[in-house]
Design a protein around this ligand. Structure first.
Ligand code: SF4
Length: 341
């Protein structure tokens, strides 16, 4: 999987007032990419495509360089206290991705160059909670690693968190382009997580992302660079033969990681869920998907903003949870499962 290269780039004029904005403009010019101007990252017009489907595809390879004006961070339970907003949108094409609905009609990728403002705000949140640790999640609205070889804003955030007293950073990725992050001065304050899944889920639902092997090679490098490491197994999906499929995942994981010491390995487990609006959007964007989204087979769970989610019925969820917990215990007896949700 090659690193992401945008097909089209938009700049907010104000972004050029920041050093990172300038740097990116020069870089993209040198790369010979098409650059346009947009008044705001919230209303980008002119993404090519004759129909919705093509526009969506093209938006996923469009990068918008802008300024983050809203500096109130969202909460990010259960994995962190706050979501730190470095980027929005993703180049991947995972069928189940919740960004499909949360980003609505704006699936293009946005990166924010006013890092100083974002760090200042993060510091305020830390000060409010000190001496308690404040955890920031950097991958709530994007797969930030997939983009960072271009911007290095994640690297700067890792180094910023590294020198704080009460801050921690975490993010998750399906990309293996981590080399530039290996020498970051992280001070053990950043937890690097890779998203992994059974072969069936990766092959059927995760086009446009790095392969399992590539992710695992990257995980080895990250562990050797002394980052705290974890895996998010998500979405846990009950496909035919899932028990064997997930067992095989854990077998391969433990083989690939044998011989490396990972002091504080963590797993986070998230079962598959969907909302009604998501189901409609997915059907349009990935019409041939095999993703099962039958409301009849699921349990309805009330959600924020009145949009409920469909999760597995209690018994099936319990079975998923206990099976995966058993695999963790068997293959990684010293690891911690942080949560199942
Ligand atoms: Fe969504 Fe993550 Fe896939 Fe990107 S890599 S499309 S953020 S699930």
């Amino acid at each position: 999987m090659d690193p992401f290269t945008p097909q089209l780039i938009f700049f907010e004029p104000k972004a050029l007032e920041y050093p990172l904005g300038q740097e990116l403009k020069e870089k993209f010019e040198k790369m010979g990419l098409e650059i346009r101007e947009t008044t705001s990252h919230n209303q980008v017009r002119g993404i090519p495509g004759d129909n919705e489907f093509q526009k969506y595809r093209n938006a996923k390879s469009t990068l918008v360089v802008g300024i983050r004006k809203t500096l109130k961070f969202d909460t990010s339970k259960p994995s962190a206290e706050y979501a730190i907003p470095l980027a929005t949108g993703c180049m991947g094409h995972c069928h189940y991705c919740y960004l499909q609905t949360t980003l609505g009609s704006k699936p293009y990728i946005r990166t924010y160059v006013n890092l100083e403002d974002i760090f200042e705000q993060a510091q305020k949140y830390m000060d409010e909670r000190a001496p308690e640790i404040t955890r920031f999640e950097a991958a709530c609205t994007s797969d930030i690693v997939g983009l960072d070889h271009l911007t290095h804003s994640l690297k700067k955030t890792i180094e910023f968190m590294g020198q704080t007293e009460f801050g921690q950073l975490r993010f998750v990725t399906k990309y293996h382009h981590v080399d530039h992050l290996l020498d970051a001065n992280h001070n053990g304050r950043t937890r690097f997580r890779f998203s992994v899944n059974s072969r069936y889920v990766i092959n059927n639902f995760e086009p446009g992302t790095s392969s399992f092997e590539e992710r695992l090679q990257a995980a080895r490098k990250v562990a050797k660079a002394d980052y705290p490491l974890g895996f998010i197994v998500a979405p846990l999906y009950r496909h035919e033969g899932w028990e064997e499929g997930y067992r095989e995942l854990f077998e391969r994981l433990s083989e690939e990681l044998s011989g490396i010491t990972i002091p504080d390995l963590t797993f986070e487990l998230i079962q598959h869920r969907f909302t009604k609006p998501a189901k409609n959007v997915i059907a349009k964007r990935y019409p041939k998907t095999k993703l099962e989204m039958d409301e009849e087979k699921r349990k309805y769970k009330w959600g924020r903003y009145g949009i409920g989610k469909y999760v597995y019925p209690d018994e099936e969820a319990r079975e998923l949870e206990s099976t995966i917990r058993r695999y963790v215990e068997e293959y990684f007896p010293t690891a911690t499962v942080q949560y199942f949700t």
